[in-house]
Design a binder for this molecule. Structure first.
Ligand code: HEC
Length: 147
């Protein structure tokens, strides 16, 4: 097959599986997905930290905050399906009200931070950053630390 017809076949397959509902997430998919999202939060927090320390371009501050905001907005749905495993403690689902509240809080904090970064840049973000990054509190309660 030519490259183009490969792509066309791929798109057709994707459309077919989507429409007929053949594509279903198995448990490993559910775990992989939420870990991808967490890794993105990790990478972007570290990138933002580098910007804050003057080790990376200040002009990117609002973009990193925005990526954190949109990524944080995907956390709640990513953890909703109860699939034990990965580094998630069973309490994620046993105490779902609290977990989802924390996910919403992170999302709101990051949205606020993105606005702050857009309006005021690095100097405006500095005093807000630590309180906005509620990562550790949630990890202490809900993540099995394998280190
Ligand atoms: C609402 C709770 C919660 C918040 C808030 C949260 N996390 Fe997590 N995080 C988890 C849980 C639970 C896991 C374990 C996921 C799994 O493996 O099943 C995790 C895993 C991770 C991992 C490991 C991913 C991997 O498998 O490699 C990283 C990195 C991470 N989080 C970064 C962050 C950062 C950075 C923030 C803040 C910007 C954050 N998290 C905020 C709950 C949270």
């Amino acid at each position: 097959m030519t490259r183009l017809s490969h792509i066309a076949a791929g798109v057709a397959l994707l459309a077919a599986t989507t429409l007929s509902g053949i594509a279903r997430a198995d448990n490993q998919d559910v775990i992989d997905y939420r870990q991808h999202i967490m890794k993105t939060l990790g990478e972007q927090s570290q990138s933002l930290a580098m910007v804050m320390q003057g080790k990376a371009p200040a002009e990117n501050v609002a973009m990193h905050a925005q990526i954190l905001a949109v990524t944080a907005a995907t956390v709640e749905a990513a953890f909703k399906e109860k699939v034990a495993g990965g580094e998630s403690k069973p309490d994620v689902w046993a105490k779902w009200d609290d977990f989802s509240k924390r996910a919403k809080e992170l999302s709101a904090n990051m949205a606020d931070l993105a606005k702050t970064a857009q309006a005021g840049g690095v100097d405006a973000v500095k005093p807000k950053l630590q309180a906005a990054l509620t990562c550790r509190g949630c990890h202490e309660t809900y993540r099995e630390q394998k280190k």
